[in-house]
Every structure is written in structure tokens, then in C-alpha cells.
Design a protein around this ligand. Structure first.
Ligand code: PMV
Length: 329
């Protein structure tokens, strides 16, 4: 039985603004947290002796289960075991409950949000002081289970909870925003596996290395320009760069008819630019819109078949958020 609440932590979703897929091959990418969607982990002490950790995740139909009874390599097991390995075993049992509003497998970084929320809450419950670099390294281990060869952009954005310029193997750099940017995020509702699209791109690269490397470099170049546009507050320029990034993602073979419908609908409704976001093959798209067009674009996406739509503003929401702290209910 649960006796008392020891800790709680939240982690937001994220979207990749530009640079997905190419980032796996060493090119830079830009990503931002999305504060409208969260994963929340709560840890209670229980009166069960022996220091067992029980995990429960009603949103993914996981009933209360001892961590050692989850299969080897289960993301929650890997997350919990990494933290427990760094702490003295607790004398009492622990019960970890995970809930999430961030949709699964939709390009909003649900796996990273879940991992970071669990790692933070458990570390806190066990009295561990964990710096962001360590937390990020642990979250990366969990991401590997989901994605195979992840770049690390998702976990990095979710751990630091700020817009980041990310390059594999380099420390992340915060992005300078010279203005406020309004993003509309549309979920196609088509389930997408990042592991599969990453593998598809890898197969293409192995078949035609020169062509794929040309596409990756072209994406990297757009990312550098987008970073400038963000710093200058130049939304129309950023939108045009997003359109060009989308065309390169199409060339990589990771778009989907449902993504094309939403991207086109957003552009027709007055977006400055639109593109798929994340792994592709379904999942999400993003549109950069003039603030006064946000409602209109949102409606156009719904009419074009979007399952869900979120509006997020870059520049305002990202200030003064303490990583890990849960939003007001
Ligand atoms: O599908 P998402 O949102 O988790 O994003 C994946 C991004 C990729 O660049 C395709 C893969 C990666 O590990 O960076």
C-alpha cells in the first residue's frame, strides 16, 4: 500500500523545428519544448518491504508491476534501474505512477518526456542530486531502446526545457529568439515509428550515399539559416526555410499523404511555412503562422483531417520555467 508521496516530476513534449533525420548524420537541428503536453511521474513510499519498485502507467495500459517483472530492455525498467544503480537501496518499497497528456508515437517526443519525468522523480525520491548532463545521458540510454540510433535531440530538448541548437556529440546551445513565433502543430493521427523511418533513411543512405549526404548537408545549411532567422525575429524567412526543409524530407522519403494534406492545408490557410516534424511517415507536422492566422490555420488543419491540433508560442512560454516542475492542474 502507498504510504506517502515522496516526489513528483513533469517533462514537456517537444517538436523539432528543423533538421530531423540529417541530425542523425551529424548535421545540426533546432528543437523546442511544447508546454501544452506533459508526462508526469509520481513516486510514493509503500509498506512493501525489500525495496521493490512497482511501476504503473494507466495511459499505456500497464497495471502495477514490479520493475524486475518487466521484460529486459523495457524502457521503464531501463529508466528505473539506471537511477536505482546510483542510490542505496531504499528500506521501503516504492510505487511509481506515470501519466501523460503527451500523445504516444506522434512526433511530440513522448518517449523522451516519459523517460525524463521518471528519471527525475525517482532520483528525487531517492535523494539523488543529478545534474542535467547526467540526466540527459540516462535519458539517452532510454531513447536508444525506442529509436535504435537516436541523435539525442529529443532528450536534450526535454531535459533542458528550452529551445536548443543541437549537434550530436556537442554540448547543446540555447537558441536566441529575436521575437515571438506562433507554431501550430497538427497530428495526422497516423501512427508513426521513428525507428522505422530512421531505418528507412539509413537503407537509402547505404544504397546512395552521395545523394543522401547531399540532402543531409542541404538540410544542415537550412538549419544554420533558420537559426539566424530566429535570432532576428524574422518569421516569414523562417517559414520559407521550413518549406524548403519539408521538400528535402520528401526527397528522403519520410513524408506521408496525410502529412502532405496537412502541410498544404496550412500553407493555403496563410502559414508562413509548414513541414513534417520528427520522424515522419505519419505523426506530426508544424506550421509557422502569423499570430492572427493561428485560429484559421488550426481550423484548416482540422478540416483537412488532423486528429489533434496544438498552438504554441515560442519566446514567451520558454522563459522562467524550472525544469521538472509540473504545471498547475
Ligand atoms: O519522431 P521524433 O519526434 O522522436 O523525432 C525523431 C528525430 C529524428 O531525427 C528522425 C531521429 C533522431 O534521433 O534525431
Amino acid at each position: 500500500m502507498k504510504t506517502r508521496l515522496l516526489a513528483q516530476a513533469c517533462a514537456p513534449g517537444k517538436v523539432i523545428l528543423m533538421g530531423e533525420h540529417a541530425v542523425v548524420y551529424g548535421q545540426p537541428a533546432l528543437a523546442v519544448p511544447v508546454f501544452g503536453v506533459w508526462a508526469r511521474a509520481r513516486v510514493w513510499a509503500t509498506d512493501e518491504p525489500g525495496g521493490h519498485v512497482v511501476v504503473e502507467a494507466p495511459d499505456i495500459a500497464l497495471p502495477p508491476t514490479r520493475v524486475e517483472d518487466l521484460e529486459q530492455g523495457h524502457p521503464l525498467r531501463v529508466a528505473v534501474e539506471q537511477v536505482v544503480a546510483h542510490a542505496s537501496p531504499p528500506p521501503e518499497g516504492l510505487h511509481l505512477q506515470l501519466t501523460a497528456t503527451v500523445p504516444m508515437a506522434a512526433g511530440l517526443g513522448s518517449s523522451a518526456a516519459v523517460a525524463v519525468a521518471v528519471l527525475r522523480a525517482l532520483a528525487q525520491a531517492l535523494g539523488l542530486q543529478v545534474n542535467p548532463e547526467t540526466l540527459n545521458a540516462w535519458a539517452y540510454e532510454v531513447e536508444k531502446i525506442h529509436h535504435g540510433t537516436p541523435s539525442g535531440v529529443d532528450n536534450t530538448t526535454v531535459v533542458y526545457q528550452q529551445p536548443v541548437y543541437f549537434r550530436k556529440g556537442h554540448p547543446p546551445r540555447p537558441l536566441t529568439l529575436g521575437g515571438t513565433f506562433t507554431l501550430v502543430i497538427g497530428d495526422t493521427g497516423v501512427p508513426a515509428s521513428t525507428r522505422e523511418t530512421v531505418a528507412r533513411v539509413r537503407a537509402g543512405w547505404q544504397r546512395e550515399p552521395a545523394r543522401y549526404e547531399g540532402l543531409f548537408a542541404a538540410i544542415g545549411d537550412l538549419v544554420e539559416q533558420a537559426r539566424e532567422a530566429l535570432a532576428q525575429g524574422d518569421a516569414p524567412r523562417l517559414g520559407a526555410l521550413m518549406d524548403r526543409n519539408h521538400a528535402l524530407l520528401q526527397a528522403l522519403g519520410v513524408s506521408h499523404p496525410a502529412l502532405e494534406r496537412l502541410v498544404n492545408a496550412a500553407r493555403e490557410a496563410g502559414a508562413w511555412g509548414a513541414k513534417l516534424s520528427g520522424g515522419g511517415g505519419g505523426g506530426n507536422m508544424i506550421a509557422l503562422v502569423p499570430p492572427e492566422r493561428a485560429g484559421h490555420v488550426q481550423q484548416a488543419l482540422q478540416e483537412a483531417g488532423a486528429r489533434r491540433v496544438w498552438v504554441t508560442r515560442l519566446g514567451e512560454a520558454h522563459r522562467a520555467r524550472t525544469p521538472g516542475v509540473c504545471p498547475e492542474p
